[in-house]
Design a protein around this ligand. Structure first.
Ligand code: ADP
Ligand code: MG
Length: 430
C-alpha cells in the first residue's frame, strides 16, 4: 500500500535575484511498513522536502498525494517531530502531548486517555505533570515524540530528531524507537526520517534516499538496506553500505541539467554557496594530515587515521574544496598545489595564502566588500543577518556567520566585536 506519492516536485524560494531553486525533479513513494531516511548534507533541501510532505509549505510545482488523494494545507496523514523539540514551556508534559489532539475535537476525557497512552508508550511515565524546563534534552524529545504519536498518524515525519541530543542519549532513544517499531506496537504505518548522518540512516532505514544539494536538491540515489534490526555496526555489510553511500554523498556526480524552466544559478553567491561548519584549525589540521600522506588520502584511511566518523569529516573536506585547497573525486581527497603551499608554508605566508583563497568565498567576500563600502569600516552583525535571512533559517544564519567570522578573522580581513555585535575591517583605511 502506497501512503505518499510525490511526483515531479519542485520547490523554489524567492531570492533577491529571482526564484532560487531548492528542490527539483523529486519523485518518491512512501509505502506502508517502511522506514525511509532522507539523507543529505546541510542545505540539500531535506527539511524543505519534509515540510512539503507534511503540507506545511506548498510545492512550487508537482503533486503530493496521501493515499492517492491530493490535500490542501496540512497533510492529514502525517505528524512531525522537530530537531528542537518545539515544546510549549508553560504547559506540562501531559498538556504538551494533548496539544497534538486539540484540532481533532476530542472530548477532554478521551484526550487525557490518549495522551497518557502515548506518554506511557514513549517512556515518560511519571513525568506527566513536569514542565519542559525540568526535563533533560532526551526527555524533552520524548515529549516531542509523544505529541506526534498521540494522534496515531499513518506517517511519522522526523527532522533530525536526535541531532540536538548528546551521542549516548541519541543512541538510546533511537534504539528504543526502533525496538517499538520492530515489535509492531508502534502506532504509525511508516516513518520518514531526515538526517545528515550516514550511520544513522543505515542504522534505521529500510530505504535510504540520498539528496544532492547543488545546484538544487535532487535525488542522487536510493539504497535498500536489507539488514535485519537491531543492526550491528561491526558486520562487513554495514561498513560496505556506509562506504557506498559515502561515495555518493561526496562524489561530485554530474548533476543532470535543470528541468525546463529552472535556470542554474549563474555565479556563486552567499545564498547558493553556504560555508561548511569548519573552523580554520580544523581545516588546517586536515590539510596537514593530507600533506603528510603526499597530499592524497582515501576517506576510509582518513577516518581510520583520525578515528572520526565520516560525517564529522564532511565539513572539513567541503571547506578545503571551497577554498580550492583540495579536490574530491570519488572517495579520494587530494590537496591542490595551492593546498600544498598553504599547509607547507610558515605561519605568515600561510595566512596570506588563506586570505587570498578566503576572499573568493562568497560570504567572506560579501562581508569584506560591505565593510569597505561602509562609512567607517564597520557594520552591525544585524545587517548581515538580515541579508542572509532571505536564504537561510535563523540557525543556519548563525552557523554561516560563525564560520565566516572565524575565516575572516584568521585571514585578517575583518574582526568581530562580540560585545557590540559589530564587524570591523581589520585595517581601517586612514
Ligand atoms: P537541509 O534541511 O537539507 O539542510 P533546507 O531544506 O533547510 O536544507 O534548505 C535548503 C536550501 O533552501 C538552503 O539553501 C536554504 O538556504 C534554502 N532555504 C530553506 N528555507 C528557506 C526559506 N524559508 N527561504 C529561503 N530559502 C530557504
Ligand atoms: Mg534541515
Amino acid at each position: 500500500m502506497t501512503l505518499l506519492t510525490v511526483t515531479g516536485l519542485t520547490k523554489s524560494y524567492a531570492g533577491a535575484d529571482g526564484e532560487l531553486p531548492v528542490l527539483a525533479g523529486i519523485d518518491l513513494d512512501i509505502h506502508e511498513g517502511e522506514i525511509v531516511a532522507l539523507l543529505g548534507k546541510s542545505g540539500s533541501g531535506k527539511s524543505t522536502l519534509l515540510r512539503c510532505l507534511a503540507g506545511l509549505i506548498p510545492p512550487s510545482s508537482g503533486t503530493i498525494t496521501y493515499r492517492g488523494r491530493p490535500f490542501k494545507g496540512a497533510n492529514p496523514g502525517t505528524t512531525m517531530v522537530f530537531q528542537t523539540f518545539a515544546l510549549l514551556p508553560w504547559l506540562t508534559v501531559q498538556q504538551n502531548v494533548e496539544v497534538g489532539l486539540e484540532t481533532r475535537g476530542l472530548p477532554a476525557a478521551a484526550r487525557r486517555e490518549a495522551a497518557l497512552t502515548a506518554i506511557d508508550l514513549i517512556g515518560l511515565d511519571g513525568f506527566e505533570s513536569a514542565y519542559p524546563k525540568e526535563l533533560s534534552g532526551g526527555m524533552r524529545q520524548r515529549v516531542g515524540f509523544a505529541r506526534a504519536l498521540v494522534v496515531e498518524p499513518d506517517i511519522l515525519l522526523m527532522d533530525e530528531p536526535f541531532s540536538a541530543l548528546d551521542v549516548l542519549t541519541a543512541e538510546n532513544l533511537r534504539g528504543e524507537l526502533l525496538e517499538l517499531w520492530d515489535s509492531g506496537t508502534f502506532p504509525t504505518k511508516a516513518i520518514v526520517v531526515v538526517t545528515h548522518n550516514i550511520e544513522e540512516a543505515v542504522l534505521m532505514a529500510d530505504r535510504v534516499i540520498v539528496l544532492g544539494g547543488r545546484p538544487y536538491g535532487s535525488i542522487r540515489a536510493a539504497y535498500d538496506i536489507p539488514l535485519t534490526r537491531p543492526r550491528d555496526r561491526d558486520v562487513p555489510e554495514f561498513s560496505k553500505l556506509i562506504d557506498t553511500i559515502y561515495r555518493t554523498m561526496t562524489g561530485r556526480a554530474d548533476t543532470p541539467h535543470p528541468p525546463h524552466g529552472l535556470r542554474q544559478p549563474a555565479k556563486r553567491t552567499p545564498a547558493n554557496t553556504p560555508l561548511p561548519a569548519a573552523s580554520v584549525d580544523g581545516l588546517s589540521g586536515l590539510a596537514e594530515i593530507l600533506q603528510r600522506h603526499d597530499g592524497h588520502l582515501d576517506f576510509a584511511e582518513l577516518t581510520d587515521e583520525l578515528s572520526l566518523e565520516v560525517d564529522d569529516l564532511l565539513p572539513l573536506t567541503d571547506a578545503l574544496e571551497l577554498l580550492g585547497f583540495a579536490a574530491v573525486k570519488g572517495s579520494q581527497i587530494t590537496l591542490t598545489d595551492q593546498g600544498l603551499a598553504y599547509s607547507a608554508a610558515d605561519v605568515q605566508t600561510s595566512k596570506q595564502i588563506f586570505a587570498t583563497a578566503a576572499i573568493e568565498v562568497p560570504l567572506v567576500h560579501f562581508i569584506t566588500t560591505s565593510l569597505r563600502n561602509s562609512v567607517d569600516g564597520s557594520l552591525r552583525a544585524g545587517f548581515f543577518r538580515d541579508v542572509l535571512a532571505h536564504h537561510y533559517t535563523s540557525e543556519q544564519v548563525t552557523q554561516q556567520l560563525d564560520a565566516a567570522t572565524g575565516w575572516g578573522r584568521y585571514a585578517e580581513l575583518y574582526t568581530y566585536d562580540t560585545r557590540h555585535e559589530e564587524y570591523h575591517l581589520d585595517t581601517v583605511p586612514s
